[in-house]
Design a protein around this ligand. Sequence first.
Ligand SMILES: [Zn+2]
Length: 118
Amino acid sequence: MTIKEAREKSLRGGFDTSDLTDAEMCLKAEFFSALGKSEGWIGENIRMCTGCGVSCKNKEITAWGKHKGWWNGQKFTGCDSDVYDYDGQWLIEMHCLIDHLAEGGTIEDFFSRLDMKI
Ligand SMILES: [Zn+2]
């Protein structure tokens, strides 16, 4: 998939990226959500902390929905932010792009590999 194709698919999924640079587009959750809708990405819900961004399992969450983390002998490691359930695969792909860029990859390279991965 090229960046142009990703933009077209995002538009089909309900999010117009025409006013955004490539970098701005890739930082929009709405873009990945719309791209996933257009591509038919299906995945399990993801439970994630809104503060530190880690995925959380039930044992890491307080009864009132905050990120508790794991007991490390002195205190819990969580950041005490809200934990939400997010809707699936698009969020994983967005995280993969950010990891890819942090490792020195390019946006073009990420999207060209996306076709092969899914
Ligand atoms: Zn957290």
